[in-house]
Design a protein around this ligand. Structure first.
Ligand code: URA
Length: 238
């Protein structure tokens, strides 16, 4: 049976801080299965109904957020001196334990998934599970036909790392390509094109698995994912 401290339970599912929770408890505003609880260090168990001010706090364990990352923001939970993807979230979306599931470089834009579900993050990031990440890439020089085979064979980076087989698609603009990767090595897209003698000028992630960045989300905006959207992330694996 899962047991969880009451203050941790509440701070991870509401926007109340631990301090707020202590105050609310002192005032008799917190109940567990109908009984007022003033000591927030008590452990609650599965099935206990927790309420603040008479409102039930749903036991939904984890949350999943889509963020449209702008340039200049760091994909980390904390980074002194920088603005992080977590800093961009409004208070109503914050809870303890949130982190970006996979990093984009500071100058990369696009879809960042933020969650507190470590197992889910592991599943979508593990190369074994082949969850595709899609990137729109703007190159310095025109893309060459030979890139297709290089991507399919798996590119060897300058440090000797062998990348998994990947896919590249050409668009109408010869400097713009779409790349599909199923692993996420450090600076991977930039290093792949450097190996091919080209250079990435702009990089934008448009999709994770079967879920595409919501075109209604402006840069820096975020929204919760629905259950079907969460499932669709894992539905597109190659
Ligand atoms: N590859 C990169 O080089 N940078 C990113 O941000 C993501 C993938």
């Amino acid at each position: 049976m899962i047991m969880e401290r009451l203050d941790k339970y509440l701070s991870s599912r509401t926007s109340y801080s631990r301090k707020d929770i202590k105050e609310l408890a002192k005032k008799g505003k917190i109940t567990v299965s109908g009984t007022i609880v003033k000591d927030t260090s008590v452990h609650i168990k599965d099935g206990d109904a927790v309420a603040v001010d008479g409102k039930t706090v749903e036991a939904d364990r984890y949350i999943y957020i889509m963020l449209h990352k702008p340039k200049g923001v760091v994909s980390a939970s904390q980074s002194p001196g920088d603005v992080t993807v977590i800093d961009l979230l409004p208070d109503s979306m914050r809870r303890d334990g949130l982190f970006p599931a996979g990093r984009l470089d500071k100058d990369t834009t696009g879809f960042v998934l933020i969650t507190d579900d470590g197992d889910f993050a592991h599943r979508i990031l593990s190369p074994k599970n082949h969850v595709t990440k899609t990137y729109e890439v703007t190159l310095r020089d025109d893309a060459k036909e030979c890139y297709k085979k290089a991507f399919e064979d798996g590119i060897d980076l300058s440090d000797g790392t062998h990348c998994l087989s990947a896919k590249i698609e050409f668009g109408a603009d010869p400097r713009k390509v779409t790349v599909y990767l199923r692993e996420g090595r450090y600076h991977q897209v930039k290093r792949m094109f450097a190996t091919l003698g080209n250079h990435v000028e702009e990089l934008h992630r448009t999709a994770i698995g079967g879920l595409t960045l919501d075109p209604d989300l402006k840069e820096s905006e975020a929204r919760f994912l629905t259950k079907p959207e969460i499932q669709s992330i894992e539905s597109l694996s190659e």
